[in-house]
Design a protein. Sequence first.
Length: 334
Amino acid sequence: MLVLGIETSCDETGVALYDGTQRRLLAHAVHSQVAMHEAYGGVVPELASRRHLEVIVPVVEKALKDAGVGLGDLDGIAVTQGPGLVGSLLVGCSMAKALAWVHGLPLIGVNHLEGHIYAAYLTDDPPEHPFLALVVSGGHTALYHAPSPLTYELVGQTRDDAAGEAFDKVAKLLGLGFPGGPIIQKTAERGDPRAIEFPIAQITDGSRDFSFSGIKTSVSHYVKRRGPLGAAQVADVAASFQAAVVKTLVRRTVRAAVRLGVKRVLLTGGVAANGPLRAALVAEAGEHGIHVHIPPPALCTDNAAMITAAGTARLAAGERAPLTLNAIPDLVLA
């Protein structure tokens, strides 16, 4: 089964070719919009969708060329249906439906969050069911229990900011730029993570949810009281903020895994590229005999490879989407 996958949920135009029979990624082309949005300190939805329109056809052509195949060789089309920016999603969905209709190919819509989970199946260490997945990115922070293939149960989610969103906002407060995740991590390397004790949200109703607005607000107050900050102070704030976010994610994930009795945890999503988070989760989970699966950083951020892998699994299970498939910006996984 040779599947072409398209990812346009936000500001990355990605196209990938995946051989489901050999479980091998044949090509992965991507056009990044980071440089364009950097001037605005965040993604501008209208600009993102316009750029997708400009580059989607060339990116598809590049992926096909890199894989050495033609449209007539395909067995299916997979596309991100949601969640994401509606204008961006519509570009990908329209392209996928056009290709499926013209070439008579099966079509499948993929949940972007399931795509992040399937990034682990593109590695040499894919998780076996059941497992607990921490999907943590700029727009989402959630825990999903996967008891069996293609089945998910929501265990906990953020009640306010996603972790990646908090990184972006704190980076902006510190004048570091966009995107915040990589910049905060790099700046934190020069700081002391114990310099400032930022608060960690305590959820008192027994749920396994997350909250990051308190940490972000605490950083804002600190910067306003102590500013203007010198380079050393900025590094200490970045390191202390990062440490608080990492502690929150790791603590709640490991506790949820222990309560569920699962021995496998998957860390994925854009924030999963954060080095301290990866190391801390492996260390703490290991104390409980829990094995952690983490895709390489290149597969953690938004990409079409993960969408193609997830779509291939859905197509192989016999699922099909009609040509009336539409973008769903608030699509839920479970």
